[in-house]
Design a protein around this ligand. Structure first.
Ligand code: NAP
Length: 318
């Protein structure tokens, strides 16, 4: 069967990525923090990489900090079982968050952000080693550093691009003005802003982030598209209950009915920025189910889309 998940341009100048991306925050766990050893073996990681590729999910979202600065290596160890796969996939990683860990040679006592030239460049060197690759496809600054010196971040990015170690750059969780500031110092475009965007988190529609994405044609990446899974479980939160009811009604209007997770993805995909969705599941069956969205050409109508918007906000549009 041909891969179902489409390849798209993240930005008109590149890179080409898959519309749905495999996220690795939970690479070895299901609750965000505790490892399940069965998920941590190189073979298990390779199985997920190969399942993704067969479905058309060729892009993988990583970060230096995931798994307490360990998951890039766990991923790289899996990839190392079949190094020839490297050229078939795109690796996105992030840096800039520094929390206490034995990953550092110096004492780190305070959670902080570090976007100095030295930190960005040395973390990329580590990422390259752990991921067993000579280049990163896209490097994101993970969180806006309140001490960001845009000239210095730009210097690091230009240095990494010129050395061929990173092909493209973007940011994550940045405001429009922070992104504009950094962009003003760069001779190439920032290709994405990875933000929280889901039926339960519509902030990007109100803070200008998604308008700016449309303006610059830099497709946003959506993290926690299912609200970290909260959208799917039983909940006493009225907002979650409203969303589950609205998403179920939308899902039931298709034949066969769409499950809640696919309705949530369809809601995001209906946005005119055509976002790139970072999936959080580790389950191959769920990844296969995501592919059916594209096989069935599912598109929400305006009214279906607004019924979910209304459930999220708790009121109809003014
Ligand atoms: N840039 C940032 O600051 C930032 C922040 C957070 C996350 N991220 C990225 O975004 C990725 C996705 O975030 P996320 O993990 O929070 O995504 P999510 O999709 O909102 O949540 C994933 C959770 O939902 C569960 N789940 C998925 N499908 C389900 C279904 N059909 N039924 C029941 N449970 C289901 C998963 O469990 P199963 O494994 O059991 O399916 C997993 O525990 C991360 O891996 C990371 O790459 C980035």
């Amino acid at each position: 069967m041909a891969p179902l998940i489409p390849q798209i341009m993240m930005h008109p100048e590149g890179p080409q990525v898959s519309q749905m991306v495999f996220g690795t925050w939970r690479l070895c766990n299901t609750n965000g923090w505790e490892d399940d050893q069965s998920l941590a073996t190189p073979q298990s990681v390779l199985e997920r990489i190969e399942a993704c590729i067969s479905l058309g999910i060729t892009t993988f979202d990583l970060a230096d900090i995931y798994g307490g600065y360990r998951y890039e290596k766990v991923f790289g160890d899996g990839l190392a079982l079949k190094p020839e796969l490297r050229e078939k996939i795109q690796l996105i990683t992030k840096t800039g968050i520094k929390v206490p860990s034995d990953a550092w040679s110096e004492k780190v006592e305070v959670n902080h952000y570090d976007t100095t030239f030295e930190h960005i460049v040395s973390q990329v060197e580590k990422s390259l080693t752990y991921l067993r690759t000579s280049y990163i496809d896209v490097l994101l600054i993970h969180r806006p550093d309140f001490l960001m010196d845009a000239d210095e971040v730009a210097k690091a990015m230009i240095h990494l691009k010129d050395s061929g170690k990173v092909k493209y750059f973007g940011v994550s969780n940045h405001t429009v003005s922070q992104m504009e500031l950094l962009q003003s110092r760069l001779p190439f475009p920032l290709v994405t802003n990875q933000i929280e965007f889901s039926p339960s988190c519509l902030d990007g529609m109100f803070d200008g982030t998604l308008d700016y994405a449309q303006k610059t044609r830099a497709k946003p990446m959506c993290w926690s598209p299912l609200g970290g899974g909260a959208l799917l479980g039983s909940s006493s939160d009225p907002k979650v209950q409203r969303l589950q009811k609205a998403c179920k009604a939308v899902g039931d209007s298709f034949s066969p009915a769409l499950p809640l997770d696919l309705v949530a993805y369809a809601f995001l995909l209906r946005h005119p920025t055509k976002p790139v969705i970072v999936l959080g599941t580790n389950k191959i069956e769920r990844l296969k189910s995501v592919a059916t969205l594209f096989d069935r050409n599912i598109t929400l109508s305006r009214q279906q889309w607004y019924s979910i918007w209304e459930a999220s906000k708790g009121h109809s549009v003014p």
